[in-house]
Design a protein around this ligand. Structure first.
Ligand code: SF4
Ligand code: SF4
Length: 387
């Protein structure tokens, strides 16, 4: 029997009961299990205790500046594309207290043990291939880079990942343009493909690590048949075929570096609100700022790190003033960093094609359309934008 591209190697089959056993096993090992849940009208990562915490029967509808939940008409547990948050929120949290200090009446200083700020071990269930791709990109900076974050490295090393291959991409997904695919190929302990949507649950499970093999041994499963593996591969192939958004990356790095003054940057800036939503939703953006806090009596002090955005006016404020005070320069910086300078710095683009910045931009600014408009416009570069 011929198999579509991406057919899985011999795999196991688990049902909803096996999935519950998997959650129980992870929780029994002291992990907080995070996975897709419904909250505030979106699919977001939340704590999973039961299979019924998953958004059964819900899908999504995404377009530029638009996200809506929709009823699917079946009981699929993973029938939606990525939501507004990602593993970044847990591996690289939006706010972290780096240290806290107290001064006693005798003048002695007491620092909290940083271990008291440390999160317990996590398991992430339901991550998509683009999210795993994004974690690998963040690893280069936050774990393997010159200025590694030890907290990130600890959280990453201890985290169990149960991926779910995409079967229902959104209209904003373009992972296939960024070297990705709806099917995850690495970075997971177990990977599931949902092949039945009738409520009983049927998942073809692949093992990605020794840890994943041990987890699988502890839950009810049986050998998946060739037909079940083929169904899994076909569902992922359908997702691959459904992705029609494209970003032409051929020669893009050089083009962006050659066109800092292109007039289209101003056209984008005329619509951009400078809100920074794109950077907050992006699973690879990693920039942070550090703020110190203290009381006037100097009895307590703390240092907090929180996400920052290159769209914030003070992000690029140096001693002599702001080096990117025009919005056009800030958008250009963000896009060029993602698609050009990141390649110079880290050997990979900083975009995985998840589409979040398109969905969650209130001005419906779509990086794939903007790049196409700039490159297709064949306009001569002009010095309309500060360099
Ligand atoms: S730049 Fe946009 S599409 Fe690319 S990874 Fe970030 S949020 Fe996803
Ligand atoms: S591109 Fe969109 S999301 Fe990003 S800063 Fe501008 S308005 Fe906000």
């Amino acid at each position: 029997m011929s198999q579509p591209a991406g057919t899985a190697p011999p795999a196991a089959l688990i049902d909803a009961q096996g999935l519950q056993q998997l959650i129980d096993a992870l929780r029994g090992a002291g992990r907080q299990v995070l996975g897709p849940t419904l909250r505030d009208g979106a699919v977001v990562l939340g704590e999973l205790r039961q299979v019924r915490d998953l958004p059964a029967g819900w899908g999504d509808f995404q377009q530029p500046a638009s996200y809506r939940l929709r009823r699917r008409g079946d009981e699929a547990l993973f029938g939606y594309a990525v939501g507004p948050d990602s593993a970044k929120s847990w591996m690289h949290p939006p706010r972290q207290t780096l240290w806290r200090m107290r001064r006693d009446a005798d003048g002695s200083l007491h620092f909290d043990d940083p271990a008291t700020h440390r999160q317990g071990a996590l398991a992430l269930l339901g991550l998509r291939a683009c999210d795993l791709h994004a974690l690998r990109i963040q690893d280069r900076v936050l774990r393997d880079g010159a200025y590694a974050d030890p907290g990130y490295a600890t959280r990453r090393a201890s985290c169990v990942v149960v991926a779910v291959h995409c079967t229902d991409p959104s209209a904003n997904c373009f992972c296939t343009s960024m070297g990705g695919d709806p099917r995850a190929t690495s970075g997971f302990d177990l990977a599931l493909t949902e092949i039945a949507t009738d409520g009983a649950g049927a998942f073809v499970a692949e093992v990605g690590s020794q840890n994943g093999a041990q987890l699988l041994q502890g839950i009810a499963h049986r050998q998946a048949t060739a037909a079940q593996c083929e169904t899994a591969a076909r569902r992922v192939q359908q997702a691959r075929d459904a992705i029609d958004r494209r970003l032409d990356t051929d020669g893009l790095r050089q083009w962006l570096q050659d066109n800092p003054g292109h007039p289209h940057w101003q056209a984008i800036a005329s619509r951009c609100l400078g809100c920074g939503n794109c950077t907050m939703a992006c699973p690879t953006c990693f920039c942070t700022r550090v703020d110190d806090h203290g009381d006037l009596a100097l009895r307590e002090a703390s240092r907090e790190m929180r996400w920052d955005s290159c769209f914030a006016p003070d992000f690029s404020h140096l001693h002599a003033g702001n080096v990117r005070h025009e919005l056009a320069a800030r958008y250009r910086h963000w896009l060029s960093h993602k698609l050009a300078h990141w390649i110079d710095a880290f050997g990979t683009a900083g975009c995985v094609g998840c589409g979040r910045c398109i969905t969650w931009c209130p001005a419906a600014i779509d990086m794939t359309a903007e790049v196409a408009a700039m490159r297709g416009g064949a306009l001569a570069a002009a010095d309309h934008v500060e360099r």
